[in-house]
Design a protein around this ligand. Sequence first.
Ligand SMILES: [Zn+2]
Length: 225
Amino acid sequence: MTLIKESFQRLFPEREFKYKTYLEYNRRLGNFNANIKYDYNKISIHLNLQWKDIEDEIKIGLIQTLLVKVFKTKKRQTSNINLYNNFIKNIPTLTEKIHSNPILESSFHRVNNGFFFNQIEKPNLKWGTDSRRKLASYNFHDDTVTVSTIFKESREELLDYLMYHELLHKYHKFNHKNGRSFFHTKQFKADENLYPDKEALEREISKIIRNSRVPKKKELFSFFK
Ligand SMILES: [Zn+2]
């Protein structure tokens, strides 16, 4: 039995499996990334080569997560999906740190020291593009905080506030329920609200977004994902 078929049958035991399957490992996808295509009764899955050495039980959880997306059925949770999510949460500790930058690194140390008792292991840190839509993000797959370059010149208080938000993601990880991941949980928001002068900082950030070059309409203010 192929891994895709096995994953499907454990996820949808009541359904008949009538698909062709194709599973490929490649180097093109990002760190621990994967994608799925489904058309004409063929299910194709591409996995980053790193998945090759990972236990099948975890891979089944990954494939089931992809299947839930593509079949848009009533969400369901399996023990494999739980295994997979726990695995994802631990990727940051396994990930090699290759990206850093002196400005972001200083910000990381200030925030880690000021708010996390230096408990957070330094993630990869890098500047992104000049995006005004995605100001900063934390990616569990490669343990990377990325910050929009529109903050390169801004005062450190603003950068630290963005850094705080992203490190909270690393700290809280995420909750998983019924096939969905929740990042901005109640606990997350409670911690976020502890940040001093949060409202004033957010106003200042909105101003930077408005004043940054090439004003575009309809862009939303959002922090993550
Ligand atoms: Zn966020």
